[in-house]
Write a protein that binds this ligand. Sequence first.
Ligand code: 13P
Length: 249
Amino acid sequence: MRRPVIAGNWKMHKTQAETRAFFEEFKPLVSASRHCDIIVAPPFTAIAAAVDAAKGTLISIAGQDGCWERAGAFTGEISMPMLIEAGCQSVIIGHSERRKYFGETDAIVNRKLKAAIEAGLQPIVCVGEDQSERDAGHTEQLIERQFNDGMATLTGPDFSRILVAYEPVWAIGTGRTATPEIAAEVHAFLRRLAAKRFTPGLAASARILYGGSVKPDNIRGLMAQEEIDGALVGGASLDARSFSAIVNF
Ligand code: 13P
């Protein structure tokens, strides 16, 4: 039995004051929710406020990105050990927005995965095709490349620390969710890739999240799929009521 994970990716939203206000409202709504891991990924500047607000709860805090180097002359970057020190337990790596707007390649994703694991963070690694790749019938080819190149040189024990998120780019922020069946199909494909690259046992216990227009009204259908172990939620995680409704699917 894989434990569900519901994670919120706030992207470039919320000040520290807005973060504190969110947690005031959110905490009582999920105080009895022990059926899943709850993760919130605020922007870097609100991490400390989120960690402080989440103290004494089961909610854990994630970074939205982190550098592959531990320290050095990398203006504007935040290292994985810095995220740990700030109180994060996990970090999102290779989100499609990072790939699209900031030129992240699978090789960079691989270096970041290694840095995160070495620092003791749980990586949430994102993969997913865009509309033209899906239309061209290249979804599996693309996912296979992102998975294998991202995981290059990682060991089985490394992989056991990782959460995989399938986020079809055409479903992000568009209101067009993948149907539970489409998502489950790609999740099953990812599990086969994991079995081939690592072991069938590790593949069977890997937690694979779906992301892309997850809302309170579609989470149940998604979670009803055996292959779907949780959700990575963007827009709907910004509101305490809608995010708690997703957590309490
Ligand atoms: P939306 O839920 O806003 O579509 O965003 C999904 C996402 O990118 C989460 O990382």
